[in-house]
Design a protein around this ligand. Structure first.
Ligand code: ZN
Length: 303
C-alpha cells in the first residue's frame, strides 16, 4: 500500500469511526432555524392547545417540542431521550414531527413522564407511547388516572375533565426518584397542588461550553375547580396543596418551565423580553399561587 493510499484508508477509517461515535440525533437542524426566538415569534398571539409550534432548543440538551399553548419537553442524550408531557390528543403528530424536526428519532425516546393527569397534558400520551415504544413512569397518585383514562374523583376539576386513552404505566415512582437514561437524569417531585398526581421534574442541562443550569419543569400552581366545588370542604386537598407549594418553591430552578407556557411567560422569556434564567423564578411562581389560594379560601369562607 502506497503512502497516499494508506493516508486515504486512515482518513476514511477516521471518518467511519466518527460516524459510529455520533451521538443520537447529532445531525440536528441548525440552531438558527430552531431558536427560542423563532418559536416565540411563531406563537405570537397563539395560545391554543393544538396550535402547531416549531421545535426549539431551550438550553443545552433541553428542547421544546410542544404546541404554542401546551408544553412538551424533550431532554436528549447519546443513550436516548426523555419526553416530559404529551399535550392534547390532537397534538400527538405535532409532537412527533417536532422531535424529528429537531433532529431526533422518536424511537430513541426511552421514557415519557407527565406533569399532571389532565387531558390537556396527557391526552396524547398513549399515542406517543405507542409511536415511540417508550416506557411511562408516574407517581402512584397519577398512575390510576393514566391507567384507567378517567380523572380522579378527588380532583377539584373532576366534573369538567375529559377522559383520555388509557396509558400503560411501566414504573411507579416515589417522590424523589429519578428516571435515568445515560447521562440524562430527571428527578420527580410530588407537588400535589393543581391535581392529586401533580409532579414537577428537575434536571441539569449544559451547553457545549459547559455552562450548566438546573431546569425546573414546575407543574401548574393554580388551585381551580369545577363549579360547586369548595376547597374549604376538602381539608385533605388543602393540606396536600400546602405541602406541594413549598416543595415547588424549593425546586432547584435556574430556568423555570411550566406545562402551560403562559403560566411562566415562557414565550416572552424566549423572545428575550424577560430573562430566561432567573434563580428566583420558582419562588415567585409559588408566591403568586399562594396569594390566589388565600383569596379563594377567603372568598369561600365569605371573608
Ligand atoms: Zn392544563
Amino acid at each position: 500500500m502506497s503512502r497516499t493510499s494508506l493516508a486515504i484508508a486512515l482518513a476514511s477509517l477516521t471518518a467511519l469511526t466518527s460516524m459510529i461515535a455520533l451521538p443520537i440525533g447529532a445531525q440536528a437542524a441548525t440552531a438558527e432555524t430552531l431558536s427560542p426566538a423563532a418559536l416565540a415569534k411563531a406563537c405570537e398571539g397563539k395560545d391554543e392547545w393544538a396550535d402547531p409550534a416549531p421545535p426549539a432548543r431551550l438550553f443545552g440538551n433541553t428542547w421544546y417540542v410542544g404546541t404554542c399553548g401546551i408544553s412538551a419537553i424533550l431532554i436528549t442524550g447519546d443513550k436516548g431521550h426523555v419526553l416530559v408531557d404529551a399535550g392534547v390528543t390532537k397534538a400527538a403528530p405535532l409532537v412527533l414531527a417536532n422531535i424529528k424536526r429537531a433532529g431526533f428519532n422518536p424511537k430513541d425516546v426511552r421514557w415519557i413522564v407527565a406533569s399532571h393527569e389532565h387531558f390537556d397534558h396527557v391526552g396524547a400520551l398513549a399515542a406517543l407511547q405507542k409511536a415511540t415504544g417508550a416506557k411511562v413512569a408516574a407517581l402512584p397518585a397519577q398512575k390510576a388516572a393514566l391507567e384507567t383514562g378517567k380523572p380522579a374523583s378527588d380532583d377539584p376539576q373532576f366534573a369538567g375533565l375529559d377522559p383520555i386513552a388509557p396509558v400503560r404505566v411501566d414504573r411507579v415512582l416515589k417522590d424523589g426518584d429519578s428516571v435515568v437514561v445515560g447521562k440524562v437524569v430527571l428527578t420527580a417531585h410530588a407537588t400535589p397542588v393543581h391535581a392529586p398526581g401533580s409532579t414537577s421534574w428537575t434536571w441539569q442541562s449544559c451547553t457545549a461550553g459547559f455552562d450548566c443550569k438546573m431546569i425546573a419543569y414546575a407543574d401548574s400552581s393554580s388551585t381551580i375547580s369545577s363549579d360547586g366545588y369548595r376547597f374549604t370542604d376538602h381539608p385533605d386537598r388543602v393540606a396536600a396543596i400546602r405541602k406541594g407549594l413549598p416543595a415547588m418553591a424549593a425546586l432547584p430552578c435556574d430556568i423555570l418551565i411550566t406545562p402551560h407556557p403562559s403560566q411562566s411567560a415562557l414565550m416572552e422569556r424566549l423572545a428575550g423580553t424577560k430573562p430566561l434564567v432567573d434563580a428566583n423564578a420558582c419562588r415567585a411562581y409559588v408566591a403568586a399561587a399562594e396569594g390566589r389560594l388565600a383569596d379563594r379560601l377567603a372568598k369561600e369562607s365569605g371573608k
